[in-house]
Design a binder for this molecule. Structure first.
Ligand SMILES: *Cc1c(COP(=O)(O)O)cnc(C)c1O
Length: 397
């Protein structure tokens, strides 16, 4: 495994826990608590409203955007941060549709994360001009890119199975058909190498609480290709996306930069935590991280398949088309996952029968993967999931 990994000492992970859910909520970076306390006590507490200037709060969204840009192959100044991913999907989609006013089809896939599709449906209803959302199976997307399509909006790595779309090939096909391309990088940023500039996609969006470890509710991000930024018409034309917010002009005038994709007051405590969390990535080479992630995932698949014939691999077997997660289908997946979590291995469950495990070489080592497989074998082999306490379905799965 690569020299720089893991960076376990930079995280606060409870003793005895093997954390295979960093794809859903990254663990606590060690510096996060101190940074949050500093923002609250020193900046907010002592500097009060002056802190917007004196503590650099107003510049923080762009500063954090630049940190994220470095991880997704985007130039400085091309990434805005704030709000949540669902909002950023809406913004990208609304701006993209305005770039193709004569077309009426949004193309996604039926494996996409529900919120992305819900936001598209909500936007279509609001515009009320006969737009349609098409969602073929992921493998049929390429064939569905016709010259009716205004926007192709896809999540690169499938949240259930980890199946990965070919970003460059699909973007190229979208452009050849005259469509605008939006990539959702929720399960890509910090998980696999992404080169947005090379892809030539117009937009990308993502969240920062998964592989980027920004904490629950951490701000989302949106990338716009630099050559289109100044022509974008923001649908959510909030004052902090205005060219001169404090001029308090009667009419909206978008900022002459990616800042036009900001909306309202940034969540400073969360942004400061994210800024701290992103320091962990300094010196991390994404290609090396990817190699380590594949090594851990392959080991996990081999160990679990050898030990648990009742589980069926739901992820692609072929590493190059799989993100940094591995899923298994199992009829009693929910209860089995509760039993596994009870024994210190944390993964999660997704409908209808998916047991999902995320791999983050920043804090995982091979010995933990083998140990996790032993615990899964114990639960599945001895049918420990029968215990009634594992049948109670929680609000969040
Ligand atoms: C995690 C995730 C979301 C969640 O959106 P929020 O607004 O941050 O709650 C949306 N889309 C995808 C593809 C995701 O993986």
């Amino acid at each position: 495994m690569a020299q720089y990994l893991p960076k376990t000492e930079m995280f606060d992970i409870p003793d005895g826990i093997i954390y295979l859910d960093g794809n859903s909520l990254g663990p606590l970076p060690k510096g996060a608590g101190a940074r949050a306390t500093e923002v609250i006590a020193q900046e907010w507490g002592q500097q009060l409203i002056k802190a917007w200037n004196t503590a650099g709060w107003m510049a923080l969204p762009a500063k954090v955007g630049d940190q994220i840009a470095g991880l997704i192959g985007a130039p400085a100044g091309s990434v805005a941060t704030g709000d949540t991913l669902s909002i950023k999907v809406y913004q990208a989609l609304a701006a993209a549709l305005k770039m193709r006013p004569e077309r009426r089809v949004i193309l996604s896939d039926d494996g996409n994360f529900p919120s992305d599709l819900y936001m598209a449906e909500g936007l279509i209803g609001t515009i009320d001009k006969g737009y349609a959302l098409r969602t073929p199976a992921p493998e049929d997307v390429l064939g569905a890119i016709t010259d009716e399509v205004a926007v192709v909006m896809l999540t690169q790595v499938d949240y259930r199975t980890g199946r990965m779309h070919d970003m460059n090939a699909i973007t190229k096909a979208a452009h050849a058909a005259g469509a605008v391309m939006i990539w959702d990088l929720a399960h890509s940023a910090g998980a696999v190498p992404v080169d947005l500039t090379a892809s030539n996609a117009e937009f990308a969006v993502g969240c920062s609480y998964k592989y980027l470890n920004g904490g629950p509710g951490a701000p989302a991000f949106i990338y716009a290709r630099p050559d289109i930024t100044l022509d974008l018409e923001p649908a959510l034309s909030g004052w902090l996306g205005h060219d001169a917010p404090f001029a308090m002009e009667r009419h909206y005038r978008p900022a002459m930069s990616t800042e036009r994709l900001r909306v309202g007051t940034p969540s400073i405590v969360q942004l400061a935590i994210l800024e701290e969390a992103l320091k962990i990535w300094e010196g991390v080479d994404m290609a090396e991280l990817r190699a380590a992630s594949i090594e851990l995932s392959e080991l996990f698949i081999a160990e679990v398949e050898a030990r648990c014939p009742a589980l069926t691999l739901a992820s692609p077997r072929d590493a190059p088309v799989r993100g940094s997660q591995v899923s298994f289908g199992f009829e009693h997946g929910y209860a089995a996952m509760q039993a596994i979590i009870d024994r210190g291995v944390i993964g999660d469950f997704r409908q209808p029968n998916i047991m999902r495990f995320g791999f983050t070489p920043l804090y995982l080592e091979k010995a933990q993967i083998v140990r996790a497989a032993e615990i899964i074998e114990e639960v599945i082999g001895q049918e420990l999931w029968h215990d009634p306490k594992y049948q109670v379905v929680s609000r969040v799965t």
